[in-house]
Ligand binder design. Structure first.
Ligand code: FUL
Length: 451
């Protein structure tokens, strides 16, 4: 057999196509993570008591005293408002540990809270298990308290802490590794590969977040805005946590070699930590819904931070916004007009049952009566990679097809918001794609009046 023919045969076998490079695809843990959609961050530490956003490591553990801390109450609220994971700041840049680490005295064990016998991380992890949501933690590599910081020994210290968190608190679904570092921080090389190996070895199901993955990347801003174009693929050559182009992270790269989807972290308040002075700046349910469209609706995930207050509870205003947020979303997405208007696999809620769509071959959705809609949903079967590069939605105005919107990427989920239209049918056309599109889900809705 001639060599070229053999090569073509092998690539056909492995790629299923001769169209080009095989598409990057998510791992099982990435696929499960993407489907969580709304996830919660809990920023809590000595900053809550000093009214700072970044502590400097000199804070006394004596100031940490959340007298009414109630993990079950916090997690119950998250569960009831549709959050699928809670990620707690086990240690922020100030180095104070919310669990009684054996490797430092700078922790809850030297605080008055529960006479030094308490463990915030454990209570959150236990509550997550009780209410059936996933648990994750943030462990800042930058540590302003620990004296070994800036030397190689610090990498061992960090790994020891990581090991405690990975072994003593049950299943961990996400590990959040922040690349942030103050300008005056001592220079040091973090052993990222060593950290990651430990996570893989001790919690193989956990996804690892850092600015540039390996499993999940930063969306490039803290305002809750994924790119209008958002690819789940990037190429990380020359990048590292804290050293990446935020614009590139925001949109991803259609030619990216690795599957590293974007996570949109944003706070319900101006700051990440609780400050009484921001009590009147809590985002409303309606504003949170807008963030949902800008993150989940653009092939990303919403990681919403709700910081516990000094008592150790969510403030009432924050809780109210969470319930409003969920009730608006439930109302908007209750009735899918696509049901019964096309192939049933497009509304069965499953990625793996899908319809293959070729470029420039419209699919029609015939509602058989006039309906009013102002929202649309599209999902690709991302298990086989992200394929749509450009698509168009049109509606029948009684005489001809009129454009609703032309857009770029879909990926796991794309939500469109447009002014109300009355129509009896719409059609969807893929204009550009990397490979034949596996369209998994479609929805047409009339938004809640509360949006
Ligand atoms: C940043 C940190 O510096 C902020 O304090 C916050 O934790 C945010 C989520 O990540 O890099």
């Amino acid at each position: 057999m001639n060599k070229i023919f053999l090569f073509l045969l092998i690539s056909l076998f492995f790629n299923g196509s001769l169209l080009g490079q095989p598409l990057p695809k998510p791992s099982a843990r990435q696929l499960a993570w993407q489907q969580l959609e709304t996830t919660a961050f809990l920023h809590f530490t000595v900053n809550t008591y000093t009214d700072k956003e970044w502590g400097d490591g000199t804070e006394s553990p004596q100031i940490f005293n959340p007298t009414q801390f109630d993990a079950r109450k916090i997690v119950k609220t998250l569960k009831e408002t549709g959050f699928k994971i809670a990620i707690i700041t086990a240690k922020h840049h100030d180095g104070f540990c919310l669990w009684p680490s054996k490797f430092t005295e700078h922790s809850v064990k030297n605080s008055p809270w529960k006479n030094g016998q308490g463990d915030i991380v454990k209570e959150i992890a236990d509550a997550c298990r009780e209410y059936g949501i996933k648990f994750g933690f943030y462990l800042s590599p930058w540590d302003q308290h620990e004296s070994s910081y800036g030397t190689n020994t610090y990498n061992d210290f960090y790994k020891n802490q990581l090991k405690e968190l990975l072994t003593n608190y049950g299943e961990v679904a996400e590990v959040w590794l922040d690349g942030a570092k103050g300008k005056n921080a001592k220079d040091m090389q973090y052993d990222f590969n060593g950290y990651w190996q430990l996570v893989r070895q001790l919690q193989p199901k956990a996804v690892l977040f850092s600015d540039v993955g390996p499993d999940v990347r930063w969306v490039g801003n803290e305002s809750g805005n994924a790119g209008q174009t958002c690819w789940s693929t990037i190429t990380t050559t020359g990048m590292a946590p804290g050293k990446a182009d935020s614009k590139y992270l925001n949109t991803g790269d259609p030619n990216g070699k690795l599957w590293i989807p974007a996570e949109t972290d944003v706070s319900i308040r101006p700051g990440w930590f609780y400050h009484a002075s921001e009590d009147n700046q809590v985002k409303t349910g309606k504003e949170l819904v807008n963030l949902y469209y800008q993150s989940v609706g653009r092939n990303s995930l919403l990681l919403l931070n709700i910081p516990p207050n000094r008592q150790g509870l969510f403030s009432e205003s924050d809780t109210k916004s969470l319930y409003d947020f969920r009730s608006i979303l439930n109302e908007t997405f209750k009735n899918n007009f696509a049901k019964g208007s096309a192939n049933a696999v497009l509304t069965d809620g499953q990625l793996k049952t899908n319809v293959t769509v070729a470029v420039n071959k419209p699919i029609e959705f015939d509602f058989k009566k006039l309906i009013t809609i102002d929202r649309a949903l599209f999902q690709e079967n991302i298990a086989e990679g992200q394929r749509v590069a450009e698509a168009r939605l049109e509606y029948w105005n009684g005489k001809t097809w009129e454009k609703v919107e032309t857009f770029t990427t879909i990926g796991y989920k794309r939500l469109l918001r447009f002014p109300e239209i009355k129509t009896s049918k719409v059609r969807f056309t893929v204009l550009q794609a990397k490979q034949p599109v596996q369209l998994a889900e479609v929805g047409f809705y009339k938004a809640s009046a509360k949006e």
